[in-house]
Design a protein around this ligand. Structure first.
Ligand code: NAD
Length: 280
């Protein structure tokens, strides 16, 4: 049976480190500040934004929320970002995605000052990650790496398979594993022989967005399995991309959902905001 990697515990440790560092910065007259923009009233986004605000308060950051109505225009949103870009007490700017359909997410991501881009979505930060010389790492993949490190798992030379190629999870995840000298395969919706490729992985990261997509026959005995997915099963219960009950007996390490990768994302956001404060 696999060792379960407890994301809640690791995230709490990261947040505590950030809190202590925040106290230290405070002695130098610096208080990190995060501005979170939410447009419209998507319930999931509201939960995420509330959690981010709460995490900011816990670690001692200034947190500002800008809740805009769904009918906000592109010009209004860009004007707000412009204002926050030059606001001295704001170190990080996060615009909660997805945005209402009439707004251009790409333009919004491009508008955020890269030195305040604590999500690391701006092309300049993405490019820096590519060459391995970065200020910020995207929160979810960085959280996965932190979980791997916390469990003392060696990445170098391992066969790593990432299922999913999104800009926010799959692609940067592959890059971070590559930085640590893994041999990385990225799988996606057009991949042939997915099962065989996954079954050869020493470390398997699932970021697909499909409940219980990774079944036991896709996992090698003793593999490390990291589940990024956040889905609802047929009974409306929260579940990951991995069929946890079937896969756990085969894996050496596994992350649960909830309580695995999820809590890490916000912890890494706090870490990025702290970093941003030291850059300004
Ligand atoms: P996405 O929809 O942008 O990407 C999904 C990827 O899965 C795509 O690249 C696609 O090619 C691939 N895919 C789809 N069907 C496939 C198939 N049959 N075989 C192989 N690959 C297939 O999703 P995303 O934004 O990368 O998120 C993935 C999951 O992670 C979602 O469940 C999301 O909710 C979750 N997520 C969790 C966190 C967190 O904090 N834990 C953060 C971001 C995303």
């Amino acid at each position: 049976m696999a060792t379960i990697i407890n994301g809640k515990e690791v995230a709490a440790k990261v947040r505590e480190e950030v809190r202590q560092e925040c106290v230290r910065l405070g002695e130098m007259g610096i208080t990190p500040g995060l501005a979170v923009i939410i447009v419209g009233d998507d319930p999931a986004s509201r939960v995420y934004v509330n959690n981010k605000k709460k995490a900011c308060e816990e670690v001692g950051f200034i947190s500002e929320e800008y809740a805009l109505p769904a009918e906000t225009t592109q010009e209004e949103l860009l004007a707000l970002i412009d204002r926050l870009n030059s606001k001295p007490d704001i170190d990080g700017i996060l615009c909660q995605l997805p945005l209402p359909k009439h707004l251009d997410e790409k333009a919004v991501i491009h508008a955020i000052d890269p030195s305040k881009d604590v999500d690391a979505f701006h092309p300049s930060n993405v490019g820096k990650i590519m060459i391995g010389d970065y200020d910020f790492l995207p929160c979810t993949p960085a959280g996965v790496m932190e979980l791997i490190h916390s469990a003392g798992i060696e990445v170098s030379g391992k066969n790593c398979v990432v299922i999913g190629r999104s800009n926010i999870v799959g692609k940067p995840m592959a890059m971070l594993l590559l930085h640590e000298n893994a041999t990385v395969t990225i799988c996606h919706s057009r991949t042939r022989n997915l099962k065989e490729i996954c079954a050869a992985a020493d470390i398997l990261v699932a970021a697909v967005g499909k409940p219980k997509f990774v079944t036991a026959d896709m996992v090698k005995d003793g593999a490390v399995v990291l589940d990024v997915g956040i889905n609802r099963d047929e009974n409306g219960k929260l579940c990951g991309d991995v069929d946890f009950d079937a896969v756990a007996p085969k894996a050496s390490f596994i992350t649960p959902v909830p309580g695995g990768v999820g809590p890490m994302t916000i912890a890494m956001l706090m870490k990025n905001t702290l970093k941003a404060a030291t850059l300004h």
